[in-house]
Structures are given as structure tokens and as C-alpha cells.
Design a protein around this ligand. Structure first.
Ligand SMILES: Cc1cc2nc3c(=O)[nH]c(=O)nc-3n(C[C@H](O)[C@H](O)[C@H](O)COP(=O)(O)OP(=O)(O)OC[C@H]3O[C@@H](n4cnc5c(N)ncnc54)[C@H](O)[C@@H]3O)c2cc1C
Length: 390
């Protein structure tokens, strides 16, 4: 057993950390205030080749695994870029895995290189307002008409749709009522296509944090999708999306830990420096112990996260580990950010110290792409053999 990063992973961590020094916390604070997409960061990551890290080499990427992607995304989040930086590039890094795995050769040639180089921006359209986490009940309809599909429906919480050129869209091609009995997840198809704004009304959601990476309501009215933009077989889209879910959970976990780590580093530094009652506040166990607990929890989450990534890269089942890592990392990251604010006292509430921004951003990892409750239900059912509760 070996818990060390490989030399290659070490060099990814140090190179990405180095690149991120061009985008100090003041940059992310400004983006938090103006809400403008971090284009300079996106371009820099693309030019340095990082966006294609996990895309196969034949299509312009580096062909590395989830372990390397997790190391990279963690370095981004830990630099203080938090979810603003991580979410701006997330879909490039792993979003098009369904294309890489299930697409035709022509689709891979056409779709993957622009994402690997950062020449296009894409968004991921799954969640709907009326179905929530019950994804198999999605209602957005794609109806085949000759050599194209025509789509009508509604999506919500779609990240980066304001700036995206493309959308990876999950839509229903067979009505629920027409599915064979027992086929709960069928009838959905996956498309990667132009986000044609003449047929898609995109409205920004005002939200708690990560202001520079927009979230949106999306009203789709007659969007035409050529058949060549359907990924894999009609009706199997949910299975294709599932394929990318475990790596996505691992990356979210790595990001939550990255945010937790920078929060803990800031809190520890402040605890050493801030003198009250004639001694550093960190000399009080009431301050030390919560910080030590944050370290313990973040380390545990890191081990589970890397185990899940290792299982995935080895082609092994990792559903329980990936979900558990996402759960543990999000909770540990959140507690570290909360403690960082409390350690800073009143200054924790000020924007100057950044820790309040970390808390607002780490909160996302507790909610998306899957909630804590759904993870616990999954583990109760799949690992502990309990009856399905939903
Ligand atoms: C910042 C942000 C960015 C996002 N980006 C994207 C994106 O780019 N693309 C995209 O498609 N989606 C995106 N999402 C959506 C996200 O994946 C969903 O918000 C998330 O999956 C939860 O779904 P929901 O909001 O519909 O919650 P709901 O399904 O309405 O659930 C609400 C609450 O009820 C709980 N609950 C529901 N059913 C049960 C049950 N049976 N047992 C126990 N508890 C239950 C849930 O766990 C949750 O706590 C984003 C969300 C956020 C906040």
C-alpha cells in the first residue's frame, strides 16, 4: 500500500498551484463582487493544457485519470479560487466523459478537442424544477422529426449557461407511460449540441456565492438538435450520465477538501498571530481543538477521496466510496470554513479575510450534484442492504 502522490501527481499539484498564483485571492474577490466569468483564468488553464487533462490523448487531451484530475482540481480550489475557479473549468475536465466513452469516432473528433483546449464553453443540463433529484422522471421532451430532434422543456440551476456555446442535455425521448414495466431509467437520451439562444431563454438565478459562475433557469422552446449530436443510443442517456457521476463526485470531494484546507491554513495562521488577553488566541484549547478536528476530518476525507479515484481508474466499482467521499469531504470542508470564520472573530465576517467567501462557496458541495440525504440512502441500500426508501 502506498499513500504518496506519484511524482507525476506531485508535479501536477505544484504546476497548477504555481499557475494559480497569477490569480490571487484579490482576483476571486473581484469576481465575487462583479460576477463576471473568470475568462483570464479559464484561458490560462486552457493554454497550459490543464483543461484536457482527462480527455484521451487522441483528442487533444493528456489522457490521465481521475486521481490526477482530483489533484489538479484540489490545487485550484486550495489556491483560494474555491468553487469559482473549480466550477469554471469543471465540465471541460470531466463533463464530456460520456462522449469519450459512448460517442462515435466522428463525435469524439468533433466534440473533444475544442473542450480540451478551452476553445468552447459548455454547460450541463440535467436538473429540472419539477423533478428534483428524481432524475429518471425528467420531463423535458425531445421529439424526433426526420433527421433532427425538437426539444421543449425546462431546466434549472444550469451552471455557466450565460457564457456557454454548447450544452450536454438530458431529455426524454420516450414518454414515461410508454416505457416497458421495470425500466425506470429508460427513455432518456443524451445530446451534446449548440446552445441556440433563439430557442432557449436563459435567466440568471441570484444566489448565495460563486457569483462569477452563473446558475440559470432555462426555458427550451423548439430547440432543434441534429441526430448527429445524440450521444450513443436513443433511450440510454441516463446510463451514460451515470458513468460520469462517480468521477464527478470524486472531483467535488477534492474541491471541498481544497477549500477546507485553505480555510484551515488561514485560521491556523490567524490563531498564531492574533493576541487577546496577552496571548495568541491559538494557545486556548477552545480555539486549538476545533482546528485540530478540522485537520483530522479533512485528512480522512482525502484518503477516502483518493481511494475512490484509485478504484475508478482501476476500472473497479466505486459507487459507495465516491459517494461517501463526497459526503465526508463536503461536511469536513464546510466545518473547516465555519471554524475559520469563528476563529477570526469579527474579522471572519469581513470580506477582507476571504473566509466568509469560502463558506458561501463550500456550501455548494453539500448540495450538488447530489444531496447528503440521497448519498446516505444510497449507502444504506447498496452497502447495508436496507430497503430502498425513495
Ligand atoms: C450552485 C449550483 C450549481 C448547480 N449546477 C448544476 C448544473 O450545472 N447542471 C445541473 O443539471 N444541475 C445543477 N445543479 C443542481 C443540483 O444538482 C441540484 O440542486 C441537486 O441535485 C438537488 O436537487 P434539487 O435542488 O432539485 O433538490 P430536491 O430534489 O428538491 O430536494 C430537496 C431536498 O429534499 C431532499 N430529498 C428529496 N427526496 C428525498 C428522499 N426521498 N429522501 C430524503 N431526502 C430527500 C434532498 O436531499 C434535498 O435536501 C446545481 C445546483 C447548485 C446549487
Amino acid at each position: 500500500m502506498n499513500f504518496d502522490l506519484t511524482p507525476e501527481q506531485e508535479s501536477i499539484r505544484s504546476a497548477v498551484t504555481q499557475l494559480c498564483t497569477q490569480f490571487p485571492e484579490s482576483y476571486w474577490r473581484e469576481r465575487d463582487i462583479d460576477g463576471v466569468f473568470p475568462d483570464a483564468f479559464y484561458r490560462a488553464m486552457g493554454e497550459a493544457g490543464w483543461l484536457g487533462l482527462a480527455i484521451p490523448e487522441a483528442y487533444g487531451g493528456a489522457g490521465l485519470g481521475v486521481q490526477e484530475a482530483a489533484v489538479m482540481m484540489q490545487a485550484v480550489a486550495e489556491s483560494g479560487a474555491c468553487m469559482s475557479g473549480a466550477s469554471s473549468i469543471h465540465i471541460n475536465v470531466f463533463g464530456l466523459m460520456p462522449v469519450a466513452v459512448f460517442g462515435t469516432e466522428a463525435q469524439k473528433q468533433r466534440m473533444l478537442p475544442p473542450m480540451a483546449k478551452g476553445r468552447v464553453k459548455s454547460c450541463f443540463g440535467v436538473t429540472e424544477p419539477n423533478t428534483g433529484l428524481n432524475t429518471t422522471k425528467l420531463k423535458t421532451r425531445a421529439v424526433r422529426q426526420g433527421d433532427r430532434y425538437v426539444v421543449h422543456g425546462q431546466k434549472v440551476w444550469i451552471s455557466t449557461a450565460q457564457v456557454a456555446d454548447k450544452i450536454l442535455l438530458l431529455a426524454r425521448t420516450t414518454p414515461l407511460a410508454e416505457l416497458p414495466a421495470g425500466d425506470r431509467s429508460g427513455g432518456l437520451s443524451l445530446f451534446y449540441t449548440d446552445l441556440d439562444r433563439r430557442h432557449v431563454d436563459i435567466r440568471k438565478i441570484d444566489k448565495m456565492g460563486r457569483h462569477c459562475v452563473d446558475s440559470n433557469e432555462m426555458f427550451i422552446d423548439g430547440l432543434e438538435i441534429p441526430v448527429e449530436d445524440r450521444i450513443g443510443e436513443e433511450g440510454r442517456g441516463f446510463k451514460y450520465i451515470l458513468h460520469g457521476m462517480n468521477p464527478e463526485r470524486v472531483l467535488l470531494a477534492s474541491e471541498a477538501i481544497g477549500i477546507g484546507r485553505i480555510a484551515l491554513a488561514k485560521a491556523s495562521a490567524y490563531a498564531r498571530e492574533r493576541i487577546v488577553f496577552d496571548r495568541p488566541i491559538g494557545q486556548n484549547q477552545g480555539i486549538q481543538h476545533p482546528l485540530a478536528r478540522n485537520w483530522v476530518e479533512l485528512e480522512a476525507a482525502q484518503l477516502l477521496m483518493m481511494k475512490a479515484a484509485w478504484l475508478y481508474d482501476g476500472g473497479r466499482e466505486c459507487g459507495a466510496e465516491a459517494n461517501a467521499a463526497k459526503y465526508l469531504a463536503a461536511e469536513a470542508g464546510f466545518r473547516a470554513c465555519e471554524q475559520a470564520i469563528l476563529t477570526h472573530g469579527g474579522m471572519g465576517y469581513s470580506k477582507e479575510f476571504h473566509v466568509e467567501r469560502y463558506l458561501r462557496e463550500v456550501m455548494i458541495t453539500r448540495i450538488a450534484p447530489v444531496s447528503r440525504e440521497m448519498i446516505l440512502s444510497h449507502i444504506a441500500e447498496r452497502v447495508l442492504g436496507q430497503a430502498k426508501s425513495y
